[in-house]
Design a protein around this ligand. Structure first.
Ligand code: ATP
Length: 231
């Protein structure tokens, strides 16, 4: 579903991403670990079409991001560290707006059910987003992904700054989305969370994807050791 082939991004002499080859299947959660500057965000931004690769290709559902930017965006949802929403609109209104951009028209009941599915407490649905906590905003981001029926979900440090309970709830929702067939690529610094939620974990160093591990084959402690030896 998410396929990188020799995907490379250079900034002058600096190679931010060096010939990445990666295929994430429908229903798979792939976590990307790596130090600051390792190339995680660059990878995500290439899939989003926010940056143009120097060479190689990023495909979504077999379609090139570079050649068919609008078509690929239809299948995608993106959750950055802080989900950008309209503070003066309520959770329901934000969801209505963003799902309409993706071509969907939902009733109030449907919008409410998506927010509930994403774990947002019903008392918050009609409140302005300006008063939401970070975790509540992330949940609206998930609701947008559900409403868009996204085939692929890209997340850049989505649980950074969330308390352990919110982070755990967030991970459970990601697992539900993957069980429904969504391919998920998540950049994170949270080794424990990566081990808990992902099927495969990649460790990046200086633009290279240097190891790929099956999460079930490794304990959180072993993963931490491997990470420290790698970076
Ligand atoms: N717009 C840019 N211009 C020049 N260099 C850039 C630009 N964006 C990123 N880089 C460089 O590309 C490399 C990879 O950065 P990237 O943001 O992908 O890292 P990251 O793994 O996401 O780091 P972090 O964990 O800090 O988010 C870094 O060396 C960074 O300085």
């Amino acid at each position: 579903m998410l396929t990188a082939t020799n995907l490379t991004k250079k900034y002058g002499e600096n190679t931010a991403l060096n010939s990445l080859n990666l295929n994430i299947e429908p229903g798979e959660i792939f976590a990307l670990l790596g130090q600051n500057g390792a190339g995680k965000t660059t990878t995500i931004n290439c899939f989003l079409g926010f940056i143009e690769p120097s060479s190689g290709t990023a495909n979504i559902n077999g379609v090139s991001v570079k050649d068919h930017a609008l078509e690929t965006k239809k299948h995608l949802a993106y959750i950055p560290e802080t989900v950008m929403l309209y503070p003066n609109l309520t959770g329901v209104e934000n969801l209505e707006f963003f799902s309409s951009l993706a071509g969907f028209s939902y009733s109030k009941e449907e919008l409410t059910s998506f927010l509930s599915k994403a774990g947002l407490q019903s008392t918050a649905h009609q409140q302005r987003v300006g008063g939401y906590s970070k975790g509540m905003r992330q949940k609206v981001g998930i609701a947008i992904a559900i409403a868009k029926k996204a085939k692929a979900l890209l997340l850049d440090e989505p649980t950074s700054g969330l308390d352990p309970k919110a982070s755990n709830e967030f991970s459970e929702i990601l697992k539900e989305l993957s069980a429904n067939g969504t391919a998920i690529l998540m950049a994170t610094h949270d080794i424990f969370r990566a081990k808990e939620v992902a099927n495969r974990i990649g460790i990046m160093k200086e633009g290279n994807l240097v190891s790929i591990i099956n999460a079930k084959d490794i304990s959180a402690n072993e993963l931490e050791q491997l990470y420290l030896q790698t970076v």
